[in-house]
Design a protein around this ligand. Structure first.
Ligand SMILES: Cc1cc2nc3c(=O)[nH]c(=O)nc-3n(C[C@H](O)[C@H](O)[C@H](O)COP(=O)(O)OP(=O)(O)OC[C@H]3O[C@@H](n4cnc5c(N)ncnc54)[C@H](O)[C@@H]3O)c2cc1C
Length: 332
């Protein structure tokens, strides 16, 4: 039997929630700290006055059996559904339909639904940006931007945030973890969201774009349980996003809009843009979740695994296992 530990998880994306639920299931006291006002991180839907658009992760697949089981739970709970999308590709030869056998799932009614399902029953502190970690007498204390030093202290600390955001937090405590964060360079992605008053004459739901400034185009409103109307999403390539990372939303908007018109023939009137500053890894991950048992400090997230929803969830589970193993050896 384990002694009950007090554990803080920083970040309420899929990785943090996955780790927090696994730790809580083992009877530990878990608190999650999230800088934004909701869960889901990069798996998210933007809501506007009369429309909505999935502007981060577009869908997820389930190859690992344990993640497939989790997806099954979401499907049964109505938090996810299969997106039976008609997919095409675009290159110098034009548009071509793709026959794909892999099941693509989406959150329902929005991309945040699976995260909300995981979050049920967890103690989550929103609008809490952790900007400093303090280690005193073998316990962790947290400092947050909004409220200063938090009173509670923790035996174990999990950082489930992008590598660049974890970097300054771990630097004073572990040269090894700091180097690992530095090695995992994450690159940006510009997203263009378009709302059209009429249905666009494009005979597909989504497309992999293999030339030009975009990499992905999707009729967001074709996903199950989405609002009626015609919402489209386009993600720019890593190269384009890196070259235009310094632009403001207003500066990027006409460029993205012109690219959308060149690709689809439709001149957008109603658009929104978003820059995902730490969208994905610039290279394949080399390590897996990271844990320092002496410090009781661990890192997880898609950047330690595969840069997908599935990878994020799996990294949280794997870190929870690493943590349990040290509890086995330290509990009496
Ligand atoms: C444009 C784009 C398209 C994508 N498309 C797909 C796709 O089609 N399929 C797929 O499977 N995956 C896709 N992904 C990847 C997928 O979204 C991620 O792999 C996954 O959501 C990452 O989860 P995570 O928990 O590791 O990180 P995140 O989702 O980034 O969660 C980290 C959380 O930590 C919080 N946080 C950060 N710093 C702090 C701090 N100091 N204090 C407190 N909280 C903090 C953040 O607010 C965030 O909520 C895409 C990602 C992007 C950006």
């Amino acid at each position: 039997m384990h002694a009950t530990r007090s554990i803080a998880v920083i970040g309420a994306g899929l990785a943090g929630l996955s780790c927090a639920t696994a730790l809580r299931e083992q009877g530990h006291r878990v608190q999650v700290f999230e800088k934004s006002r909701g869960v889901g991180g990069r798996m998210s839907t933007r809501n506007f006055e009369s429309w909505a658009c999935d502007h981060g992760a577009q869908y997820f697949t389930a190859r690992d059996p344990s993640f497939a089981q989790q997806v099954d739970i979401w499907l049964k709970a109505g938090a996810a559904a299969l997106w039976d999308a008609q997919i095409t590709s675009f290159d110098a030869q034009g548009w071509q339909t793709i026959q794909s056998s892999s099941g693509r799932y989406v959150g329902t009614p929005s991309m945040t639904a699976p995260a909300k399902h995981l979050a049920r029953g967890l103690e989550i502190h929103f609008s809490t940006t952790i900007d400093q970690l303090l280690r005193q007498d073998q316990v962790w204390k947290l400092h947050c931007k909004e409220r200063g030093l938090l009173e509670t202290h923790f035996d174990t600390l999990v950082l489930a945030i992008p590598s660049k955001q974890a970097e300054p937090l771990v630097q004073p405590h572990s040269a090894t973890l700091y180097t690992r964060c530095q090695d995992a360079v994450m690159v940006p992605s510009w997203a263009l969201m378009v709302y059209a008053n009429e249905r666009l004459p494009l005979a597909f739901d989504a497309a992999f774009i293999n030339q030009g400034m975009f990499i992905w185009l999707a009729r967001s409103s074709s996903k199950p349980q989405r609002q009626s109307g015609e919402a489209w999403l386009a993600h720019a390539t890593t190269e384009w996003s890196l070259a235009h990372e310094h632009l403001t939303k207003d500066q990027a908007a006409p460029l993205l809009s012109a690219g959308f018109e060149a690709l689809t023939g439709y001149r957008p009137q109603n658009i929104q843009t978003h820059l995902w500053r730490f969208a994905r890894l610039g290279h394949a991950s080399q390590h897996g979740q990271l844990f320092n048992p002496d410090l009781q400090l661990g890192l997880c997230g898609d950047w330690t695994s595969t840069e997908k929803v599935e990878g994020a969830w799996l990294s949280g589970q794997a870190l929870a296992q690493d943590i349990f193993r040290t509890f086995d050896t330290t509990s009496t």
